[in-house]
Design a protein around this ligand. Structure first.
Ligand SMILES: CC(C)(C)CN1C(=O)[C@@H](CC(=O)N[C@@H](CC(=O)O)C(=O)O)O[C@H](c2cccc3ccccc23)c2cc(Cl)ccc21
Length: 328
């Protein structure tokens, strides 16, 4: 099931120590199911909101399943009792972490079903709900398994930054995929930012708005870079090699994707993704904090180089230079 819903990440989960692998795998599948409910536009709001809020109880109910979702997730939802059977077999202390995060995330998603992301504060709050909480839950699983120290049971701030870094990168990268979504695109770019560059968010697709689209894109990439030093601080505390790789690989992919996106019109015309060859290289060679700093330095350096060329035309270029310097 896991292999069908994720590509490279499934490999990374499977390299976790046995003690954690099943718990993290189930955490991922429970979150995927919750995300499938949130994303399914065919589910009426007055059904979806209560379901998001009660989902943390459904994950204990062997009879629960649902016909919703798209692509590989339809199977996941139809065969959900398989996930529940496995969930009920892991240790109760792991079940509790997963259920508590699912409850907090479901509440947060329900809050945003009928609310647009307007301010950067709401942008951070939405990303906290859908990704920051994942980091908080993973940290609690790491602590409970005793593969990492007790301090991870209570590291909400740094764990939250880990999630925001990944989620903001996805939101920035997926502009075109999200804006072309039928029937109603759900956009998460904060209006407080894009509203200073255009009257409508879809205006960035038009070539005549290229300069405005790049100004907005660069500001959002610069905002996402804010989280990188905290992600590095979080990962520096990890002691288990497999847990470190599990956390570090998505973070390196994220800063690599941000470097690719910076000042790149490709974000508005096609799909911007790191090449498989490049990602494979990071999956192989990422072992130590030195490797991690080297990877972050490389991508932060690439953003610095381009930002320094924009200092005279892009009002955020100086801030981008400062943010990148904090990382190097
Ligand atoms: C929204 C998200 C960023 C949390 C999704 N998320 C991640 O992005 C995956 C990576 C992933 O799914 N990559 C996709 C590629 C892609 O989506 O572009 C793949 O198929 O390889 O990693 C995260 C993830 C991994 C390790 C540590 C984390 C700390 C805080 C928050 C999330 C953390 C994840 C861990 C768990 Cl348990 C559940 C979900 C996630």
């Amino acid at each position: 099931m896991l292999n069908r819903v994720s590509r490279s990440f499934a490999v990374v989960i499977q390299s976790l120590p046995t003690e954690l692998r099943d718990a993290v795998c189930l955490f991922y599948l429970v979150l995927r199911a919750l995300d499938t409910v949130e994303d399914d536009m065919a589910v009426a709001v007055d059904v979806k909101v209560p379901l998001l809020r009660v989902f943390h109880e459904k994950i204990y109910d062997r009879s629960w399943k649902m016909s919703c979702g798209y692509g590989p997730y339809v199977d996941l939802m139809q065969q959900y009792p398989l996930v529940t059977d496995a969930f009920l077999r892991i240790k109760p202390m792991y079940q509790k972490v997963i259920a508590d995060i699912t409850r907090r995330m479901g509440e947060g998603m329900a809050e945003f079903i009928e609310k647009e992301v307007l301010t950067v504060k709401e942008y951070d709050l939405y990303c906290h709900y859908v990704a920051g909480l994942v980091g908080i839950g993973l940290s609690q699983l790491f602590a409970s398994s005793q593969l990492e120290s007790e301090e991870f049971a209570n590291m909400e701030d740094l764990a939250n930054h880990m999630g925001l870094f990944l989620q903001k990168t996805n939101i920035i990268r997926d502009y075109l995929e999200d804006i072309n979504e039928e029937p109603a695109p759900r956009m998460f770019w904060p209006k407080e930012v894009w509203g200073r560059y255009a009257r409508r968010l879809d205006a960035f697709k038009a070539p005549e708005n290229a300069a405005a689209s790049l100004g907005c894109l660069n500001e959002l990439v610069t905002d996402a870079l804010r989280h990188a030093p905290h992600s590095l601080a979080y990962m520096a505390k990890l002691r288990n090699h497999d847990v470190f790789r599990f956390c570090a690989i998505p973070q390196v992919m994220a800063i690599g994707t941000l470097a690719l996106c910076y000042n790149n019109r490709g974000v508005f015309t096609g799909v911007v993704k790191m090449r498989r060859g490049e990602t494979a290289k990071y999956v192989q060679q990422l072992c130590t904090m030195a490797d991690l700093h080297q990877a972050f330095d490389r991508f932060a350096g690439s953003i610095s180089a381009r930002a320094s060329e924009l200092v005279n035309t892009d009002k955020n270029a100086k801030l981008a230079l400062r943010r990148a310097a904090e990382i190097q």
